[in-house]
Write a new protein. Sequence first.
Length: 291
Amino acid sequence: MAVAVKECLELQLLEVEMLLSMFPKKGEMSLDEEAVPAVQRYLRSADGALPPQLEYSIAVDVGEAKVKVELQVLLPHTYPHVAPQLFARSDALHRQQQLQLNTSLASHIHSLDSGELRVLEAVQWVKDNSLPYLENSKISPESASKAVIVKEMFHRMWIYSHHIYRQELRKKIFDCAKKLNLTGFCLTGKPGVICVEGLRENCEEFWRVIRYPNWKHISCKHVENVETEESIDSLRLFCTFEDLQFQAHGDYGLRNDYHMDLGQFLEFLKQHQSGHVFQILFGVEGKLSDK
């Protein structure tokens, strides 16, 4: 497994180098300056924790007017053997056209062979195929009312952090989830876990906001997607965005170094039809103790 991941990360760095050579100007490609060194350190080490997933954005000029379409990229550790998470956005696009553009982009990317580097292909696809959506965004309200119903993408993200303690960080998480109409929970302590569910673009905006400026010990471990023409509320597993806290192991007083009771957390996940996520988050199968 470790060898396969390292091979994938080496290919990811190669693709990033190619993209930086294609988009060398300031503002064309946004990449955390610590991201690449973190991957390089992992590749040099014999073992150790996985680095944060590579995440960056590319500003693509579309058409003669050079309208900016931003392609946001998040690479799972096993990309290119699994598909990258991509999202195209532009101030020139209405919400409906943006959803249509991303649906077509996702369809194209998933049609490519597993193992191929697909971000370069996605950049070219956005450049070649965004113009009709930009033009359609200018249609009249009368025409828009006759448009075909667009399916919405329900999204659920499972986010893992080494720890979550600081009150200002927790406030930021809860304020952002409320603003974006996301349900789920934030598990405070060590480890820290966040689940958000709602519209795909809102979940991805939440991920972008809480990671800025640079939350180093955090990663998106798992994503679930469901396309629907109906209300996404019927797909939610959580009614609100909960402040989740369980009894810590031991008596640590005022120290911010307490481990949450993962048995209670597993019980909570199973109550919300999510017991399978425990192994994804922690790498071990969850088992409840006999009572």
